[in-house]
Design a protein around this ligand. Structure first.
Ligand code: GLC
Ligand code: CA
Length: 557
């Protein structure tokens, strides 16, 4: 594998609306990010990914872009963006923006022009189709946020346009070479401005099966999951190769894709030296138990199942590329609430989660607040939830016969708003996020869990993350942690993460006892007496026998 500039780095996702509000309107902004760059630098972060800040009507929180060349006034101006790029450069940091090009906003001028003139060139920038003879939409696929993927064009009898997400997010027609060229131009414009690359949104969706054929319905709404079509669509690779060669390659840019639905055996096409992207996120545990029925029907998964799933991902990737490893992002609940059993939802457990994430092979991608151990927010009414996706899943649960209380409880396990509550900077009003009432409520635990308190406390989750990042960058171990192989051991032991990271020079051992009881195991090899990191003060090892306290995690050399 060729060595790349980003291999040893640590990345961090910023959800700008909720990061830091510098001008006091209750919404985070670009100046807020600039003000907190030193905090990020001090944590050890190199690369930041900023969720969309382009001009948008915010139907899907900025993932509906009305102008790719402009910053939404709620976040600031293009001058602020340029300053942010300069300030990061001064600190040897890199910025990724979100690339949302499967769709745009219905307010984008291309779509407005397409609506205005059915004969004009913009019509072919989107998918406009006639409905069936009986007046039904062209096919029965369900959009991700509920309802048909087809929306009737206002003022027509039977003409529809396609949207995989909400009806305000019309899909761009990637079959049209002019559209593709305009997208690449836009990407290069940003890369020339000094971006280090992109996080690429929902990219598998850009290739449709143009037969637009029906599939058997899988819910009472008579519609079917769009994944049926994605599994059949052929040729996304041609678009992705073209995009890579026209944009990322010439800029040595870093690209990480949000890519679900990759077909079996196709991983090597996506990442690695000749891959379409630098990396993709490991979403294997995010999609565990997913069913066409909806969130309410997803069973809880056990610690051991999550562990084995992550091991499988590691094996699937092998050494031909890197995953980006996460425990949460802006589309998921907080990892500390999701992946830890209730008895482990404390600082020990959170540090354990950090170890298992950072020590797997791949690029660690923190999500804002994860380094503080932020948790899910106790929403007690659907009215407190802003997220379009959660609201739709709530309706789906009601349709399936759950009571309003049950429906709320079941969708709150996965609500995207848990990750979107404001960042907890300190114990003052609004968690120090804003001078005014924030756009989304603050998690009531902000007086205990916040950056200022954790900076002062040597045993905090934040300090532990700093130590973990410092270890990853320590020249004595960096090569093994970044490039070393990943080799699980003691797999028969439930609730235990145990794996080697090995290089030619060195072998490290990671142990994490993810349960509420002490566990004693016998290591297959001698050695490993040097403790590099430990979430407890005690370390109990005699010969090859090692005892781990509840939720203890250690890194040994
Ligand atoms: C991606 C984004 C998500 C958004 C969707 C549509 O999944 O991460 O937040 O809603 O794409 O753009
Ligand atoms: Ca603001």
């Amino acid at each position: 594998m060729k060595k790349e500039w980003w291999h040893g780095k640590v990345a961090y996702q910023i959800y700008p609306k909720s990061f830091y509000d510098a001008n006091g309107d209750g919404i985070g902004d670009l100046r807020g990010i600039i003000e907190k760059l030193d905090y990020l630098k001090n944590l050890g972060v190199d690369i930041i990914w900023i969720s969309p800040v382009y001009r948008s009507p915010f139907v899907d929180q900025g993932y509906d872009i009305a102008d790719y060349y402009d910053i939404d006034p709620v976040f600031g101006t293009m001058a602020d963006m340029e300053e942010l790029l300069e300030e990061t450069k001064k600190r040897d940091m890199y910025v990724l923006m979100d690339l949302v090009v499967n769709h745009c906003s219905d307010q984008h001028e291309w779509f407005q022009k397409a609506l205005a003139d059915p004969e004009g060139e913009y019509r072919d920038y989107f998918y406009f189709r006639e409905g069936k003879e009986n007046g039904e939409p062209p096919c029965n696929w369900r959009s991700y946020f509920g309802g048909s993927v087809w929306e009737k064009v206002p003022g027509t009898d039977n003409t529809y346009y396609f949207h995989a997400f909400s009806k305000e997010q019309p899909d761009l027609n990637w079959e049209n070479p002019v559209v593709r060229r305009k997208i690449y131009e836009m990407m290069n414009w940003w890369l020339d401005k000094g971006l280090a690359g992109f996080r690429i949104d929902a990219i598998i969706n850009i290739k449709k099966d143009l037969r637009f054929a029906d599939f058997p319905a899988d819910r009472p709404d008579g519609l079917c999951s769009i994944s049926n079509m994605l599994r059949q669509a052929q040729g996304v690779g041609d678009f992705l190769t073209e995009m890579r060669d026209a944009t990322f390659r010439p800029h040595h840019a870093f690209s990480v894709a949000e890519a679900f639905d990759i077909k079996d055996g196709e991983m090597p096409l996506f990442v690695g030296d000749e891959g379409y992207f630098s990396s993709i996120f490991d979403f294997s545990t995010e999609i565990l138990g997913h069913t066409e029925k909806g969130w309410y029907a997803i069973p809880d998964s056990s610690v051991t199942l999550v562990r084995d799933t992550l091991y499988e991902s590691q094996a699937q990737m092998g050494d031909h590329g890197f995953f980006c490893n996460i425990v949460e992002n802006h589309d998921e609940p907080r990892g500390a609430s999701r992946y830890l059993p209730p008895e482990g939802q404390n600082d020990y457990g959170k540090k354990l989660l950090a170890v298992t994430m950072f020590m797997r092979r791949g690029l660690p991608f923190l999500y804002q607040g994860q380094e503080l151990g932020m948790t899910n927010c106790p929403f007690d009414s659907i009215e407190q939830i802003d997220d379009i996706f959660t609201r739709d899943e709530y309706r789906t649960a009601l349709d399936a016969g759950l009571s309003p209380r049950e429906a709320l409880q079941s969708v709150c396990r996965f609500s995207r708003d848990h990750a979107r509550t404001p960042m907890q900077w300190d114990g003052s009003a609004h968690a120090g996020f804003s001078r005014n009432t924030p756009w989304l409520q603050v998690n009531p635990n902000f007086r205990e869990i916040n950056a200022a308190a954790e900076e002062r406390d040597p045993d905090s989750v934040l300090q532990f993350y700093k130590a973990l990042i410092a270890l990853r960058k320590n020249p004595l171990y960096a090569d093994t942690i970044v490039y070393g192989s990943f080799e699980p051991i003691l797999r028969e032991e439930d609730n235990l993460y145990a794996f080697y990271r090995r290089s030619h020079q060195q072998s490290l051992l990671v142990l994490a006892n993810c349960q509420n009881r002490e566990l004693t195991v016998t290591l297959p090899e001698e050695g490993y007496d040097t403790v590099l990191l430990n979430n407890y003060k005690v370390f109990q090892k005699t010969g090859r026998k090692i005892s781990l306290l509840p939720f203890q995690a250690v890194i040994l050399a």
